[in-house]
Design a protein around this ligand. Structure first.
Ligand code: FDA
Length: 504
């Protein structure tokens, strides 16, 4: 049976029956705009013409999410989950369709973190931020950590849904690799855990991208052991002082270093910034760099010893001596416009290409490039163990453009820069398909039609284009799981997984 045509009035009446009015915000609510914008990070999607939800359900309890999904399914109003609101394309709170109503289930209030230091596990609500998670872990034990991303305001819900990686990736893999259990509200409004959802759905939610399979309310995580002392450095190597040859060599060295070292590069203007986290002391880091990458010239005085949680602060806020409580700051108003794209690099890019790239970084509208090395633990995990397939790549390359001034001309300048450089890099990055990271969502790769879920084979074939960029050979299995758990395509957005057509 097809989904019912949307009936917003009945949907809102249904919500009013089951959910306390103080957690439901509609256009008529005085605080609708502030609630909507509370976790938006990208100013691109704060415009008068951006289609916004008919209601925001600021869930304070699992039953609110269940009721919102049941009311939505009954009255044809789709629900988008929002945890931290960091989606690069804003898919957790905006739609491309100006005609099809949707609602947002905001999980920010469901953010409890319960750490069991003895068992080295934690239950965390999807609405918690990474900063809140790291803070809670460090508060219970200085010897435990979690291998997630760098941005402290990123939501746990979306991050784990797309894989999630940070500075512990080479030692411990993805954030999603450490999920032991989860509580999910499915498309019928039923509450499931790992035992009742089955292994297929449990596989799909750990990296298959947010917004396709259900609303994950909370996650049980396996924590990892971190040493009492870690060491960090940030060194700058300008273009005119060997940056190109260092970068060329970095591509071979960084993915093959011992897994205790993470050495990333950020390129901006004419500077290569090498940033490292080492799971050990200064002496160990200096010895490792001297052995594997002496050309970088890292000296003991470049290296700072600290605790793991201090290193989290160091990379989040670029400095030492900041209070750990900064990790609890969820931010308020969005302050920048941004657009990003991503690639995976399978073979080192030749130095003459990097030479050309420097001139791109001088152009008007230039952003920055972030190169995150893989290898280490990533190479031990099968590309089909979770939906995240890019386990064997040398590194992830992110193109990131940001600006502060409103206006089409300004936006076109920055977005044009990103698209142009991305186009130029095509011969040098992963192929067949050219890969991308789902947590760096990019609608340039393609979008689902503004349909009612009856896409069939045509819609599925279209979705394969971006689906296989994000998930490669895992895409079809994701679509098969979707057909099983959400055959009417209730959880749908511009890049959600479509149900596998039965003819395939
Ligand atoms: P948001 O709430 O916007 O959700 C993202 C998507 O997941 C949406 O489609 C949404 O509907 C869906 N979703 C959200 N909650 C869900 C739930 N509970 N159940 C099911 N679906 C859900 N990535 C990385 O790997 N390493 C890093 O270091 C960083 N750093 C970083 C910094 C900054 C400033 C930004 C803006 C982003 C990053 N990211 C990142 C990318 C980040 O991992 C990605 O944007 C996440 O999807 C964000 O999760 P949120 O919950 O904040 O997003």
């Amino acid at each position: 049976t097809a989904a019912p045509s949307p009936d917003t009035a009945s949907f809102l009446r249904c919500l009013a029956v089951d959910i306390p009015p103080q957690v439901v915000y509609t256009n008529a609510s005085p605080s609708y705009t502030s609630v909507l914008e509370s976790s938006i990070k990208n100013l691109l999607f704060v415009t008068p013409s951006t289609p916004t939800p008919v209601a925001i359900i600021a869930a304070a309890d699992a039953s609110h999410v269940q009721s919102a999904v049941r009311c939505g399914a009954r009255h044809g109003v789709r629900v988008r989950p929002r945890s931290g609101g960091h989606d690069y394309e804003g898919l957790s709170y905006r739609s491309l369709s100006a005609v099809r109503p949707f609602a947002v289930v905001d999980l920010a209030a469901l953010r409890a973190v319960r750490v069991d230091a003895g068992r080295r596990t934690a239950w965390v609500g999807s609405g918690a931020t990474l900063g809140e998670l790291y803070y809670a872990i460090a508060n219970r034990s200085a010897r435990l950590g979690f291998p997630g991303g760098l941005g402290p305001t990123v939501g746990v819900g979306g991050h784990l849904s797309g894989g999630g990686f940070g500075l512990l990736l080479r030692k411990h893999g993805l954030a999603a690799d450490h999920v032991l259990d989860a509580v999910v509200v499915d498309a019928t409004g039923t509450l499931l855990d790992r035992a009742t959802m089955g292994e297929d759905l449990f596989w799909a939610i750990r990296g298959g991208g947010g917004g396709s399979f259900g609303v994950v309310l909370s996650w049980k995580l396996r924590l990892v052991i971190v040493p009492a002392t870690v060491t960090v450095f940030t060194v700058h190597r300008p273009r005119n002082q060997s940056a190109t040859s260092l970068l060329t060599k970095w591509q071979r060295v960084a993915p093959t270093l011992p897994p205790d070292v993470f050495l990333r590069v950020v390129l901006q203007i004419q500077d290569a910034q090498f940033e490292s986290l080492y799971l050990g002391t200064r002496a160990g880091l200096v010895a490792t760099m001297t052995r594997w990458f002496p050309e970088l010239g890292v000296k003991p005085e470049d290296c700072i010893e600290m605790t793991w949680i201090e290193s989290v602060l160091y990379f989040a806020f670029y400095g030492t001596g900041k209070p750990a409580e900064l990790l609890l700051d969820r931010g308020t108003k969005p302050e920048r416009y941004f657009k990003a794209k991503s690639d995976y690099v399978t073979n080192p890019i030749p130095s003459h290409v990097w030479d050309r790239t420097w001139s791109w970084l001088l152009r008007d509208g230039a952003g920055l490039l972030i190169l995150d090395p893989y290898g280490g633990r990533m190479g031990d995990v099968s590309p089909s163990a979770t939906p995240f397939p890019h386990r064997r790549e040398l590194y992830n390359l992110q193109y990131y453009g940001f600006w502060f001034k409103n206006g089409t001309e300004e936006a076109e300048k920055h977005v044009g820069w990103i698209r142009g450089l991305h186009r130029e890099m095509e011969p040098y990055v992963s192929k067949n398909p050219r890969g991308a990271y789902v947590n760096y969502r990019d609608l340039d790769l393609g979008v689902n039609d503004d349909g009612d879920g009856g896409d069939g084979v045509t819609g599925y074939e279209k979705a394969r284009v971006w689906g296989e960029a994000y998930f490669k050979g895992n895409f079809e299995r994701l679509a098969a799981v979707k057909a099983k758990v959400d055959p009417h395509d209730f959880f749908r957005n511009e890049q959600s997984i479509l149900p596998l057509p039965s003819s395939r």
